[in-house]
Design a protein around this ligand. Structure first.
Ligand code: ADP
Ligand code: MG
Length: 625
């Protein structure tokens, strides 16, 4: 090939930022670069095998996947090579020169924070794995030849914002990544040069890459092989998920978890499942003890890894686990799917649905057990993932009731309760589960609408998550007890015979209610004297199915039509302010009173007053009198 064909390219700016972080941060665990390179090598072999199933010309190449890690003490080089799919010229540019993920800005921000706290665990979760080479290397070169092509290319960079590309020679397809290790530094204990010891490298491989399905050979360059000595891979390649739980140690399970998730913390729960019958599969699933960064990203890493008969098929397989269980990580290994499945085929295969419903039931069961047997850990789980799990009440009607039983919900009595506990503690004659939505729990807890409930000692659920209003409206009932919002105008709690608190008739007759309503015009649907208030002067309730102001904003921001709000202003006949207004008779300034009372009602529910200046003017006027 001709000389002088070296091209120079610039890294995309996000990639440059990530590189900077790699080079300038101190990582608590630099070893991870090797895990990243090996995982890329293993991915590359996976890809070639999958291609080989489709393309006969490649089938032979895909046969014996192997990964080699070679340390060269003299050159201070470390290389990781594979005989996988390789990369073309253009793929080198787009895979190693850019970061294609959306949400990269968010990532860079999170990385900066993580780096400043010496926490590198996020690397890899976001697909910047390759760049972790620059933690230990000051120069990296990648030689690669795409399977089926006879061109090979060398990529090179010192991580300074540009990289070079030039043609090179390579025998077979695959990729070799060579790291020129940094000099020993005097400050830290670990030095990049330590990575030149085969013994140390084997340890790292064992720790992070033991379950990689291809043999990983570790050697020192130039080391003499004794006659008859067999090469021994450094990894066991044992697929843990196929072994019975009692045969596997907690340590092995823990390592596997770290291998799959790159999460350093122990998981909250482990689920080992073997399904037999119509669809046969093994699953080894985990519930992490902390939320991944991308829990609420649409294109985050959701789903499990799919293997078919021990062969890796795909990451982030969303088809096998419902969206509301997207925090579940792990492996599913099917015995009966065909190796050349694609996402499209999976979506149509009825076995996919069987696996999904089996996994769902298993996960919900183990959450139920955790809730009963390890309530403290369950609480932790709920704090992190409860908001996600609740989505299932809406999206998975079949399991909605089981999920409702898993909910920990804030109570007007303080602390949290469950729907079962709520129902068994209902008052005599109470027919509904009462709830309040429309703001954070801290605001709901002080709502005037709770006053009568507290006085009668009737419990109310304070549902503070935005998703709560949605599921409660979808489910409508828990068992045969229906959910009733206490923002509804008509509430049967006030119908208890003998306890009826009839509004003061003299007040009714004074006619100020009608005049107030007239002054408020279209701002309210109606004005009424209320039986639900004890300490507060006024509150808003709604005719028909209530929709909280928050939900209203949400729907409007999505460009959706929302039914006109029918707000009813309820006044507390026993409150001094209301009595004062009644006492003023026809001389009252109804406009000012209307502004004041509607404003107070809104503020007490944590809403803002629409026309602030009008409100303060009314306040000034009425106080000044
Ligand atoms: P990720 O592995 O999460 O995609 P990386 O930064 O580790 O992110 O790698 C970026 C991309 O570069 C990979 O997705 C892959 O397409 C390509 N790549 C990296 N290493 C190899 C390799 N050894 N063989 C083939 N392609 C590779
Ligand atoms: Mg990678």
């Amino acid at each position: 090939m001709s000389q002088g064909t070296m091209e120079r390219h610039e890294f995309q700016s996000e990639a440059r930022q990530v590189l900077e972080l790699m080079i300038h941060s101190v990582y608590s665990n630099p070893d991870i670069f090797l895990r990243e390179l090996i995982s890329n090598a293993s991915d590359a072999i996976d890809k070639l095998r999958i291609e080989g199933l489709r393309d006969e010309a490649l089938a032979d190449l895909a046969k014996d996947g192997r990964i080699a890690v070679v340390a060269d003490k003299e050159q201070k080089n470390l290389s990781v090579s594979d005989n996988g799919i390789g990369m073309s010229h253009d793929e080198l540019v787009s895979y190693l020169g850019t970061i294609a993920r959306s949400g990269t800005k968010e990532f860079v921000r999170a990385m900066k924070e993580a780096a400043s706290s010496g926490n590198a665990d996020l690397i890899g979760q976001f697909g910047v794995g390759f760049y972790s080479s620059f933690i230990v290397a000051d120069r990296v070169s990648v030689e690669t030849r795409k399977a089926g092509s006879d061109e090979a290319w060398r990529w090179g960079s010192t991580g300074d914002g540009t990289y070079t590309l030039e043609p090179c020679e390579m025998e077979g397809c695959g990729t070799r990544v060579t790291l020129h290790l940094r000099e020993k530094t005097d400050d830290g204990d670990a030095s990049p040069e330590d990575y030149l010891s085969a013994w140390k490298l084997r340890g790292i491989v064992k720790r992070y890459s033991d379950f990689v399905a291809y043999p990983i050979y570790v050697e020192e360059a130039g080391a003499e092989k004794k006659d008859g000595e067999e090469e021994e891979p450094a990894n066991s390649m044992k697929a843990l998920w196929t072994r019975t739980e009692s045969e596997v140690s907690d340590d092995e399970y823990g390592e596997f978890y770290r291998h799959v998730t790159h999460d350093w913390e122990d998981p909250l729960e482990r689920i080992v499942y073997k399904a037999e019958g119509t669809s046969e599969f093994h699953a080894l699933l985990y519930i992490p003890a902390r939320p991944p960064m991308d829990l609420f990203y649409r294109d985050g890493h959701h789903g499990v890894q799919l293997y078919i008969r021990r062969i890796f098929i795909m990451n982030d397989c969303r088809e096998l686990i419902p969206e509301y269980l997207r925090f579940v990580k792990g492996v599913v290994d099917s015995e009966d799917l065909s190796l050349n499945v694609s996402r499209e085929i999976l979506q149509q295969d009825r076995r996919t649905a069987q696996i999904k419903s089996g996994l769902t039931r298993k996960v919900l069961d183990s959450l139920k057990r955790m809730k009963q047997e390890r309530p403290d850990e369950y609480k932790k789980f709920w704090e992190i993932f409860g908001m996600v799990l609740k989505e299932g009440i809406v999206s998975d009607t079949k399991n909605a009731e089981a999920i409702m039983r898993l909910c920990l919900l804030d109570s007007s009595r303080g602390g949290r309760t469950t729907l079962e506990d709520y129902v068994s503690a209902m008052k005599d004659g109470q027919k509904s589960v009462y709830y309040l939505v429309g703001g954070p729990v801290s605001a709901l807890a002080d709502s005037p609408k709770l006053e009568a409930f507290k006085a009668k000692d009737v419990e109310v659920l304070l549902l503070g998550d935005p998703v709560d209003e949605v599921w409660v409206n979808t489910a409508r009932a828990f068992g045969d007890v229906s959910f009733v919002s206490i923002s509804t105008e008509e509430l049967d709690i006030f119908d208890t015979p003998g306890e009826e608190k009839k509004p003061d008739e003299a007040l009714e007759k004074a006619g100020f209610v009608a005049k107030l309503k007239e002054a408020l015009g279209s701002a309210v649907e109606d004005v009424k004297l209320s039986a639900r208030l004890v300490d507060s002067p006024a509150t808003f309730v709604q005719k028909g199915d209530p929709i909280s102001p928050q939900m209203r904003h949400f729907f409007k921001s999505m460009g959706q039509e929302v039914p006109e709000e029918k707000r009813v202003l309820e006044l507390n006949p026993n409150h001094p302010l209301v009595k004062k207004l009644a006492g003023e008779g026809d001389t009252a300034d109804f406009a000012a009173w209307g502004t004041l009372l509607t404003g107070l009602a809104a503020i007490a529910d944590g809403e803002s007053v629409e026309k602030g200046r009008e409100f303060t003017k009314a306040l000034e006027k009425l106080l000044g009198e």
